[in-house]
Design a binder for this molecule. Sequence first.
Ligand SMILES: *Cc1c(COP(=O)(O)O)cnc(C)c1O
Length: 460
Amino acid sequence: MTSLDPARRREHILRTAVSQGLLARDADPLAAFVDMDALEHNVTVLHRTFERAVPAEGGVLHAFAAKANCLVPVLKFLRTLGMGCEVASEGELAQAVAAGFEPESIVFDSPAKTMPELRQALALGVALNADNFQELERIRTLREQLRSTSRIGVRINPQVGLGGIEAMSTAGRTSKFGIALDDPGNRERLLAWFSDHPWLTMVHAHVGSQGCRLPLIADGLRAAVDFAEEVNRLVGRRQISTVDIGGGLPVDFETDAAVESPFAEYVGVLRDRVPELFDGRYSLITEFGRTIAAKYGFIAAFVEYTKTAGGSRIAITHAGAQTATRTVFMPEAWPIRVTAHTPDGGFKRGDRAPQTIAGPCCFAGDLTATNRELPILEPGDIVSLLDTGAYYFSTPFSYNSLLEPGVYGARIDDGGSVRFVVLREPQTMSQLLQRTGASLLNGDAGVVSPRPEEIQRTRR
Ligand SMILES: *Cc1c(COP(=O)(O)O)cnc(C)c1O
């Protein structure tokens, strides 16, 4: 059921979670939730928007960027909705395989692929985008040693400029990703690679994430398609048959406004600036991450204490840098919405005042909001951090050895009842001890340093 408005849905999910003890003041004071119905609706809109724009002969693979939310049940859910998966490490590849993605629907991008990773990806038949000339050499060598059905492309850096958040922009003149197309000699060298290697059939550009406006992304793809057309003219056939347009659409972190707009608006801009993407001559791959999942997840945490300092009201909660890492470290770039709730999860009403919302971590900057006007919080109340379905609770930061919270997917049926599925179990103390090496202590409490072959074995 998706008829309730997003705020009502979150309140309903939170109330039910509290009543079922998924969020519990002492035992589990922090938990995260994904509104699975709304996520499903968003993916439906994505498919519909592109299906309307792309002729049938082209075809589109929407590869969800696993780094945005790598929880395997989330990946599996997106697979059942018809998505593919973009991965950028051995770990993400393993997660995608565990989630059941077919190799043809996985795309492997990373600027640091190792020989074993390349070999595995080629053996599986996973699509690859080479990041640089040295990686192309490695792929050529490996292709001579094993048979591979992988689609192989090259990531180009169209060098069209930076977006609003420099750390999230990948198409500046000196960005670390892809082959810088305008650097002296690179274009000619890459053209030669394509004309000498007919197995290179794809170009990839990912201009950046959050803060890159649509025209900038479109400029990058314009450059990618110009390059593809140049290759195809040079070789006299349509060797480049796929354009991987990356992800990176900005998400609205300020309101619950219509979810339909980002894809429709984007396709509109692209049709205008890069019409070749929509006339059937290329098949397309997209790699959206944040735009798929951000709006449909939220973090909920109990308020442990409240105080004032220098006249400012502070609420100390259990959600800080360990789960809202980007917001805490780059508050200007990643401000998030916070809502105040009573201990049962209902929206808190009553007197409002500016309050600083702090996390539990032992450093002064562990704040998720500063002087935010909210109903006055008291110990035992709950705060929700909104739009955190991508790059937040799914990618925890292990600071202060805080336990990773449980993550629950919620569905609301037509009768209004909420059903939860576990997307990640809350971390246990014994898992935490294991991860921090407690199991390496032997009986007489000495530390055994493993021999190199043992290190190898524990890695597998
Ligand atoms: C991070 C990343 C994405 C996803 O970016 P979003 O901003 O989450 O859409 C897609 N492709 C590549 C290569 C990436 O690095």
